[in-house]
Design a protein around this ligand. Structure first.
Ligand code: ZN
Length: 296
């Protein structure tokens, strides 16, 4: 598959759809309120007209001013709307995301502004993703990300790395979070928070056998330490492996290495949300952009 086949819509399509700030503001108005809607002030269904002197629309009936960006990440920004839209486009159009440096260069804004925009777009992704318990057959695995590139110990508990824990419903959604340690209670709580009772769970030996006992899961685990990568549980008809979640961690680690020089533990949760959002909505292509604008 060529990289371009992953692109939701081309840069050219983007600029055709959003040629200027005006087009972007109108789009936000259409998505959030509609050009014609029941006015919150006069209570009548009315058409709203663009005001020339401010980023607002006025009710044709009572003249009430409506600011479509109020309460969104665009509310107090001095950055042109089109740049915001383009930044959002870049976040969904690229497989690995965009670094602060890249945004700074592409948009011609300061690094501070670019960085802030990135963080706000990641929060928007979390908002658009919503929350839903995982069900069916769920794979889980932890990973160690970031920290020093050279010299550090490898494997579990390596110094300076952030511990992340991911859970993915086979054929469905993925959730991941930063966890403080790999103590049994920590892992168990993460599972209870995210996986619906009755689900079949596949893990490696870290989420040890018996840990989820009594919680209503059907739990199988592969013993990576013994070079066992998968097995079929004939009794329950479940194929246990953690390949799906491992592929996600593989992509995430590679992306963090290539795109972001350093991600502090403090910010890891946001990067995780960005990557889960893309993984969960990969099939949507064009609609991924609209989903984000719709979540403003
Ligand atoms: Zn009105």
């Amino acid at each position: 598959m060529s990289p371009s086949s992953k692109v939701p819509f081309s840069v050219r399509d983007f600029f055709k759809r959003f040629p200027d700030d005006e087009a972007c503001l109108t789009h936000v108005m259409e998505v959030r309120h509609g050009m014609r809607h029941v006015c919150r002030k006069c209570g009548k269904e009315a058409t709203f007209h663009r005001m020339t002197d401010r980023r607002a629309f006025a009710c044709a009936n009572c003249g009430d001013h409506l600011y479509p960006t109020a309460g969104t990440i665009f509310q107090d920004t001095r950055t042109p709307l089109q740049l915001w839209f383009y930044a959002i486009y870049l976040f969904v159009a690229t497989r690995h995301g965009v670094s602060g440096k890249e945004l700074q260069r592409t948009l011609g804004v300061t690094y501070k502004t670019a960085y802030r925009m990135g963080q706000q777009i990641r929060d928007l992704m979390a908002k658009a993703d919503g929350f839903e318990m995982l069900r069916g057959h769920v794979e889980m695995d932890e990973a160690y990300v970031g920290g020093r590139r050279h010299g550090g110990k490898r494997g579990r508990g390596a110094e300076g790395k952030t511990i992340v824990f991911g859970m993915v419903e086979r054929g469905g959604r993925l959730v991941a979070e930063v966890i403080p340690d790999v103590k049994q209670a920590t892992l168990r709580n993460a599972v209870l928070r995210n996986v619906k009772e009755g689900a079949t769970v596949s893990s490696d030996e870290l989420v040890s056998y018996g840990l989820l006992e009594g919680d209503g899961y059907q739990h199988g685990h592969v013993r990576h330490g013994a070079k066992e990568w998968s097995y079929y549980d004939y009794r329950h008809g479940a194929f246990h492996h953690t390949n799906t979640i491992e592929s996600f961690w593989h992509l995430f680690k590679a992306s963090v290495r290539s795109t972001h020089i350093h991600v502090s533990p403090k910010h890891m949760a946001r990067y995780l949300r960005e990557f889960t959002f893309r993984a969960n909505h990969r099939e949507m292509k064009n609609a991924m952009f609209d989903l984000l604008i719709g979540a403003l």
